[in-house]
Design a protein around this ligand. Structure first.
Ligand code: AVJ
Length: 320
C-alpha cells in the first residue's frame, strides 16, 4: 500500500516568521532567540551527534526505557488507537511502540520539516505495510485537526518523546498539554518523555560537551541567520555557555559576546556589550510529581510512569 507520499497534509507552517521572531528577541532585554530555529539541515545533523554524546544522557536513557517497557506502554495505550506523534524526527523510539501496539487505526506523524516527515513516512511504510500512515506537516503549537483514518479508531493517543516539552516554560507547557487533551478527546491519552531534575554538574555537562558539538549547534543559529535573513554575525566573536538556573529548574543556553560589537539583521542594527549574552534555549527539568501537576491542570490524569535505574528520565502516560 503506497499511502505516504499521496496523503501528506501540508498546513504550511512558519513561512515568514523567522525574521520577525529574531528581531523581536533581539529587541528584548536580556536578548533572546527562539530555539526552534536550531534545526536547519546542519543543525539537525549536529543534534543527531549530540544525541550520541557520552554527556548527553537523555536520548539513550529514554531509548532504554522504551526498550524495557514498550510492551507495558502499548498495553496502557490500548487496542485500536490512532497514534499521533509530535515532532516525529527519526522515529526510532516510535518503532518500539508500533511493534507492540495492536489493531492500530493509524499513525499520524506531525512535523514542521516536510522533508524529514516524508522520509520518515517512506521508511515506515516499508517496515509496516499494513499501517495507515497519515502525515501532517504542521507546527504542533498551532491548533490543527486530525486526519480521519479509513478504519475508525477507538481512541487517539499523542506520543511526544524527547523531552521537547522542556523547551516550553511551564505555563506554555500547560497550554500545549491542554491542546493535546482537546485533540485526543475523552478516552484519549498522552505518552510523553520528560527529563528529570538532577545534580547541576550532570545537567551542565550534557549541554556543554567536551568535544564542543553543543557549542557548534548553538553557534550554527548565527550561521543560519547570516544565510537566511541577512545577518552579519561573526561566529568567532561569540562563545557558547550553558548553566543551570536553580530557581527556574532549567538549563539555559547562551551565546556570549566576546567583545563590544554591533550586529545587523536585514538592515536592523543591535548593540552588544562585551560579555552580554543572547539566550538561545531553555530546557526545563521536572520531577514526576511536578510534571503530573502541570498535566493535571491541563485536564490529564497520570496513569503510569516508567523511569531508568538512576531516575534521570521519565516516560509518563496520561489519560483525558
Ligand atoms: C530537543 C529540546 C530535548 O533540551 O535537551 C540539546 C535540545 N539543546 N542540546 C534539549 C538540545 C542542546 C534538546 N531538546
Amino acid at each position: 500500500m503506497d499511502n505516504s507520499s499521496t496523503t501528506l497534509l501540508d498546513l504550511e507552517p512558519c513561512s515568514q516568521s523567522f525574521l520577525d521572531e529574531v528581531i523581536d528577541g533581539l529587541e528584548q532585554s536580556p536578548k533572546s532567540l527562539p530555539c526552534k530555529y536550531f534545526y536547519d539541515q546542519r543543525g539537525s545533523q549536529l543534534f543527531d551527534q549530540i544525541c550520541d554524546l557520552e554527556e548527553y544522557y537523555l536520548t539513550r536513557t529514554e531509548l532504554q526505557i522504551m526498550e524495557d517497557y514498550a510492551d507495558e506502554m502499548a498495553q496502557q495505550i490500548g487496542l485500536g488507537v490512532m497514534l499521533v506523534e509530535y515532532g516525529s524526527g527519526s522515529s526510532v523510539k516510535t518503532r518500539l511502540l508500533l511493534d507492540h501496539l495492536e489493531q492500530m487505526a493509524g499513525y499520524v506523524p506531525v512535523d514542521i520539516s516536510r522533508k524529514h516527515l516524508q522520509e520518515t513516512c517512506d521508511r515506515l511504510a516499508q517496515s509496516y505495510p499494513d499501517l495507515e500512515v497519515l502525515p501532517v506537516c504542521a507546527d504542533f503549537t498551532a491548533e490543527f485537526a486530525l486526519p480521519v483514518p479509513s478504519q475508525p479508531a477507538t481512541h487517539s493517543a499523542v506520543y511526544f518523546p524527547g523531552s521537547t516539552i522542556g523547551n516550553f516554560p511551564p505555563a506554555e507547557a500547560e497550554k500545549l498539554l491542554a491542546q493535546i487533551a482537546r485533540l485526543c478527546g475523552t478516552g484519549g491519552g498522552l505518552l510523553i518523555g520528560v527529563d528529570l531534575q538532577k545534580d547541576h554538574q550532570t545537567l551542565e555537562s550534557a549541554y556543554d560537551d567536551a568535544q564542543g558539538i553543543t557549542a557548534e549547534f548553538n553557534l550554527n543559529l548565527l550561521r543560519r541567520m547570516n544565510r537566511e535573513i541577512e545577518g552579519d554575525f561573526k561566529l568567532e566573536q561569540f562563545r557558547h555557555r550553558a548553566r543551570y538556573n536553580d530557581q527556574h529548574g532549567r538549563v539555559e543556553l547562551f551565546l556570549e559576546s566576546k567583545i563590544e560589537q554591533s550586529i545587523s539583521v536585514s538592515g536592523r542594527t543591535f548593540w552588544l556589550h562585551q560579555g552580554e549574552s543572547i539566550c538561545t534555549e531553555h530546557s526545563h527539568k521536572y520531577t514526576v510529581q511536578g510534571f503530573a501537576q502541570i498535566a493535571a491542570n491541563a485536564g490529564l490524569t497520570l496513569r503510569k510512569e516508567w523511569t531508568d535505574d538512576e531516575q534521570r528520565f521519565a516516560v509518563m502516560h496520561f489519560v483525558k
